[in-house]
Design a binder for this molecule. Structure first.
Ligand SMILES: Nc1nc2c(ncn2[C@@H]2O[C@H](COP(=O)(O)OP(=O)(O)OP(=O)(O)O)[C@@H](O)[C@H]2O)c(=O)[nH]1
Ligand SMILES: [Mg+2]
Length: 207
């Protein structure tokens, strides 16, 4: 099964680094602004399921395209309707970058309410932790988890820390969404007299 991923967020938040680290195991040290879409592809195995991930590294985005013309101006040839899951990325050492994530999330809720979303707090190696090494709760984590009810992952592409956790959450969201869709289809068929049942997705570690 093909899964199309789009990493969205403002400039320099670490979208390219996150995808490069997951797919190729490297992290660029210099910032080279992304100006056209670049697809990084890899295979993910979860239990007995094999997924082809197409990770789209897109130019900075501050608001979703309003229509197909807008979409073409932003990134010719790329269509948002066919994206399966969105990574909304901000830089946790620059909290103002969360505002763009919030804006994109609100717009996504309107245009694609069922689409899976994972919020990524990138560059967590730059966060100052309290003495004693305890984990201070990211102020945005509560909003994302409790109110939006979406996964939230702090990671560092530079140190390859929690990058795989981002993609585990991503795959959990995709599998949950497809089992809900199958469930709805199953329910519709049940009312027509079919006795097919929806299957629950296994939760497996990415290999
Ligand atoms: N300390 C630290 N720096 C990072 C991390 N991830 C990315 N960077 C640095 O942040 C800068 C921007 O990273 P990119 O991945 O290019 O950012 P981007 O969001 O793709 O930027 P645009 O393509 O302009 O939208 C680069 O200099 C990276 O080396 C991280 O986890 N920790
Ligand atoms: Mg980039």
């Amino acid at each position: 099964m093909m899964v199309r991923v789009a990493a969205l967020g403002e400039s320099r938040v670490g979208k390219t680094a996150l995808l490069e680290q997951f797919v190729h195991g490297t992290c660029p040290t210099l910032h080279r602004p992304t100006v056209v879409n670049r697809s990084l592809c890899c295979t993910v195995v979860r239990g007995d399921r094999v997924y082809e991930l197409q990770c789209n590294d897109l130019p900075p985005m501050y608001q979703l395209p309003l229509d197909s013309l807008d979409e073409w101006d932003y990134c010719a040839g790329f269509t948002f309707r066919t994206v399966d899951v969105y990574l909304l990325v901000f830089d946790c050492s620059r909290p103002d970058t969360f505002e763009t994530v919030e804006q994109l999330y609100v717009q996504l809720r309107r245009s694609r309410p069922m689409a899976p979303v994972v919020v990524v707090a990138a560059k967590c190696d730059l966060l100052r932790r309290p003495p004693g090494g305890g984990r201070s709760i990211n102020p945005y984590e509560r909003l994302v988890r409790k109110k939006w009810k979406r996964p939230f992952v702090e990671c560092s592409a530079k140190h390859n820390c929690k990058v795989s956790a981002v993609f585990q959450e991503l795959m959990n969201s995709v599998e949950q969404s497809s089992s809900e869709t199958n469930g709805r289809k199953g329910q519709r068929q049940d009312t027509k007299g079919s006795n097919r049942q929806s299957r629950s997705s296994p939760r497996c570690v990415i290999q």
